[in-house]
Design a protein. Structure first.
Length: 170
């Protein structure tokens, strides 16, 4: 159960996190725990760096956030099993000292695949390819577990294209 937070920007969001100035999680919604596959107790022992797919960029991004009081964009998190998950986020540093972010996970492998295709920065391209490949694999696993159907030919074609891109960026 989340602590009481009265900020209207956070109302109704399923994925909300709260951090302190040391980037340690101090509260989160149940959706966050489910998304990253941690228990609440485990999550509250983590820092932003611990759940970041590429922790080398967190200190710079967090410093910018503290300076401006807000931020938004896309970010790659790491589930407990190490697989990447892409989110859109909006972060807020409120006047009362509360630092919070609302996450919106991007689940659809097709959207992740397209995001990789349009990325032009090599470092980000490699990361987005890894995310898209992991999402396709999760969709395939979910299909067999939940009797959902994905277009297997489209998924196979996407994997082939992503692997070709990966080889080209070396």
């Amino acid at each position: 159960m989340m602590l009481s937070h009265a900020h209207p920007e956070l109302r109704g969001a399923g994925y909300v996190v709260f951090v302190d100035s040391s980037r340690r999680y101090v509260d989160c919604s149940d959706g966050v725990c489910h998304l990253l596959e941690y228990s609440r107790d485990e999550m509250l022992q983590k820092t932003i760096d611990d759940v970041s797919y590429n922790a080398s960029e967190t200190s710079t991004l967090f410093a910018h956030f503290l300076k401006t009081g807000q931020d938004k964009g896309e970010y790659v998190l790491k589930r407990m099993d190490g697989t990447p998950v892409l989110i859109r986020y909006r972060a807020f540093a409120f006047d009362d000292g509360c630092k919070a972010a609302v996450w919106e996970p991007i689940h659809d492998w097709r959207e992740l695949y397209l995001a990789a295709l349009v990325e032009f920065k090599p470092a980000k391209l490699k990361q987005k390819i890894e995310i898209a490949l992991a999402a396709i694999e999760r969709a395939r696993q979910s299909q067999s577990a939940h009797s959902q159907t994905i277009d297997e030919q489209k998924a196979t074609d996407a994997v082939s294209a992503l692997n070709a891109l990966l080889r080209n960026i070396g």
